[in-house]
Design a protein around this ligand. Structure first.
Ligand code: PBG
Length: 322
C-alpha cells in the first residue's frame, strides 16, 4: 500500500501556493543601471536586449518609472570614454565627473531610494583592470588608496551602499576606516565577497567598454573551481565590517550562496550577472525557451539557495508582471 503520495500537495494552484516555500518580491531586487555622459541619450546595449545606457536626464525618468513599479534599489555603473581613462583611474574621484554628478542628481530627486554605487578601477582604467597595473601585475595595496578616494567621493555624492567589486585584499576594512574617519559612518558596504573570474561578465564589459586590455582577472577574482576560499573571503569581509556579503555570478554559484547563508549572519546578496540575463534573452528571442518562465525560475532558484537580495537586470521585467 502506498500511503505517502507527495502529489497531493501539488494537486491545485491553491494547494501549491499554500506549500510554496520561496516567494520573490520586487522588494528583494536591486536594478543595475548604466550611466553615460551627455543629455537625452538612451542607447540599448547590443548584447543585453531591453537594457540601456542612459544619460542622467533619461536615467531620472527610468528611475521614476521603476519606482512606480515598486523597485526601490538601484546600482549605478558608469561607462566612460577611452579619452577619460588613465592607469590610475583619476577620473573616479574627480568631484566634477559625470558619474558623481549623476549620483548626486539621483539622490536629490529621489532621496527615499536605496542608491548603490560601484567601487572598482576598471571603468576608469586605461588597462581595463580593477587595480593598478605594474609590469603586467595588479598591485594590491597601492590600489586600496584609489578605492578609498573613490569611496569617499561616492559617499559624499550621497550613496547609501558602496559596492566594492574589485576583489583586492583588505579593501573592505580600508574603505570602512576611511569612511568612518570622514564622518560617513552611515554609508553601508555590500562587499563582492565571492566574485569569480567568469565568462558571464562578457555583456557587461560590452556595456561599459571595460574589458581588460591584456590578460584576465584570475589573479584577483576567484577560481570557479573553488568554494573553501569563499569562506575565507567571507570571514575577512565580516571582520572588516561589511554590511552585506555578495556572491557573483549567481547561477553557477548557487552552492556558494548556500554556503555563505549557512555560515554567516549577514544578509546575502547574489548578482544575477549580464551573461546570465543575455543567455535567457537570446534563447527566448529565438523562441527556444519561454523567457518569462525562465526568468522566474532563475530568480526563484537564487532566492531558494539563500540570497535575500538579488541584483538583476530582470528587475523591471519582474516588477512589471501580474
Ligand atoms: C567590475 C565589475 C564587473 C561586473 C560588475 N562590476 C565585471 C568584471 O569584473 O569584469 C559584472 C556585472 C555583470 O556582468 O553584470 N568591477
Amino acid at each position: 500500500m502506498q500511503y505517502r503520495r507527495p502529489r497531493r500537495n501539488r494537486k491545485s494552484a491553491s494547494v501549491r501556493e499554500l506549500v510554496e516555500e520561496t516567494s520573490l518580491s520586487t522588494k528583494d531586487l536591486i536594478f543595475p543601471l548604466f550611466l553615460i555622459d551627455g543629455q537625452k541619450k538612451k542607447i540599448e546595449v547590443d548584447s543585453m536586449p531591453g537594457i540601456y545606457r542612459f544619460s542622467i536626464d533619461q536615467m531620472l525618468l527610468e528611475i521614476e518609472s521603476c519606482l512606480k513599479l515598486g523597485i526601490q534599489a538601484f546600482d549605478v555603473f558608469p561607462a566612460y570614454p577611452e579619452s577619460l581613462k588613465d592607469p590610475f583611474a583619476k577620473e573616479s574621484h574627480n568631484p566634477e565627473t559625470f558619474y558623481l554628478q549623476g549620483l548626486r542628481a539621483i539622490k536629490k530627486e529621489f532621496p527615499e531610494i536605496c542608491l548603490m554605487s560601484d567601487v572598482a578601477m576598471d571603468p576608469y582604467s586605461s588597462d581595463g583592470h580593477d587595480g593598478i597595473v605594474q609590469n603586467g601585475k595588479i598591485l594590491n595595496d597601492e590600489t586600496l588608496e584609489i578605492l578609498a578616494k573613490m569611496s569617499l567621493a561616492q559617499a559624499d555624492a550621497g550613496v547609501d551602499i558602496l559596492g566594492p567589486s574589485d576583489m583586492m585584499d583588505g579593501r573592505v576594512g580600508y574603505i570602512r576606516e576611511e569612511l568612518d574617519s570622514h564622518g560617513f559612518t552611515d554609508v553601508s558596504i555590500m562587499s563582492y565577497t565571492a566574485k569569480y573570474a567568469s565568462a558571464f561578465y562578457g555583456p557587461f564589459r560590452d556595456a561599459l567598454d571595460s574589458a581588460p586590455k591584456f590578460g584576465d582577472k584570475k589573479t584577483y577574482q576567484m577560481n570557479p573551481a573553488n568554494s573553501q576560499e569563499a569562506l575565507i573571503e567571507a570571514d575577512l569581509d565580516m571582520e572588516e565590517g561589511a554590511d552585506f556579503l555578495m556572491v557573483k555570478p549567481a547561477l553557477s554559484y548557487l552552492d556558494i550562496i548556500k554556503l555563505l547563508q549557512d555560515n554567516f549572519p549577514l544578509p546575502i546578496a547574489a548578482y544575477n550577472v549580464s551573461g546570465e540575463y543575455s543567455m535567457i534573452k537570446a534563447s527566448a528571442e529565438k523562441g527556444w525557451i519561454d523567457g518569462e518562465r525562465a526568468m522566474l525560475e532563475v530568480l526563484t532558484s537564487i532566492k531558494r539557495a539563500g540570497a535575500k537580495i538579488i541584483l538583476t537586470y530582470f528587475a523591471k521585467e519582474f516588477a512589471s508582471l501580474k
